[in-house]
Design a protein around this ligand. Structure first.
Ligand code: DX5
Ligand code: ZN
Length: 228
């Protein structure tokens, strides 16, 4: 799909971490109304990252509220243990950290066997070479542009080189493998990510903390990306 500018359409994903959890249903509805393309669901275990969030039971509650695809970002050690729980709860993508899996190949296969699309995420300090053997098998690579654990951190611009290198390395396959960027994505940093070759831009505080609300947050990001 292409945007009006003729460039490939970059998808916008909203990280629920920054949503108002007392009004989660309302916020999820706004994402659909505002033209968001995907929902990003951050799972943290207090071990792989220094923070804890939520798990499959919360996904079960929100799954009936939206038709948007939902990507589970597992910031969890040995995330393969939870593949079946999230598949049952209705996840579309299940993204694991390369650094958190002793048997990355087996974990990716189990995600696909469970009927989900498989993503692999890299921390800022992890080189793309760790993906060499697994690239043909993955549906998504997720480049972290902050160290995972918290929303609202500063974008690490040095990661743009990694995004560009991956965009070149990953022949954008006919079956639609994509390149996602997560962390500090806002109107000022999103255009550079898109220019470097990202196809999915994930934003939390950039969308949910917009002074005029969630729908304006999505519109501002869309304008920044398409107007670049
Ligand atoms: C960070 C999470 C991100 C985070 C992004 O560990 O993986 O998805 O919610 O939040 P912002 O866009 O505020 O950096
Ligand atoms: Zn995330």
């Amino acid at each position: 799909m292409t945007s009006e500018s003729g460039k490939p359409k970059v998808r916008i994903a909203a990280s629920l971490l920054a949503a108002d959890f007392s009004q989660l249903g309302r916020d999820i509805k706004s994402l659909g109304d505002g033209g968001c393309d995907e929902i990003h669901f951050d799972v943290m275990d207090g071990n792989f990252v220094p923070n804890i969030t939520f798990g499959a039971p919360v996904l079960e509650w929100i799954r009936p509220l939206t038709n948007l695809p939902i990507d589970i970002h597992m910031m969890v050690r040995e995330p393969g243990r939870f593949v079946d729980d999230f598949a049952r709860a209705g996840a579309d993508y299940f993204t694991v950290h390369a650094e958190a899996c002793a048997h990355l190949h087996a974990t990716v296969q189990s995600i696909k066997e469970a009927g989900m699309k498989a993503g692999v995420a890299l921390n800022p300090g992890t080189p793309i070479s760790v993906l060499e053997e697994i690239l043909p098998d993955v549906d998504r690579v997720l480049v972290m542009t902050v160290n995972p654990g918290y929303g609202g951190q500063q974008f690490i611009s040095g990661q743009l080189t990694k995004i560009a290198a991956l965009a070149e390395k990953l022949p954008w396959r006919a079956d639609g493998a994509d390149l996602a960027v997560d962390g500090g994505v806002k109107t000022d940093t999103a255009p550079g990510c898109a220019e470097a070759g990202a196809s999915v831009l994930i934003s939390g505080t950039g969308i949910f903390n917009h002074p005029d609300g969630v729908i304006s947050g999505i519109a501002a990001l869309r304008e920044a990306i398409d107007g670049r």
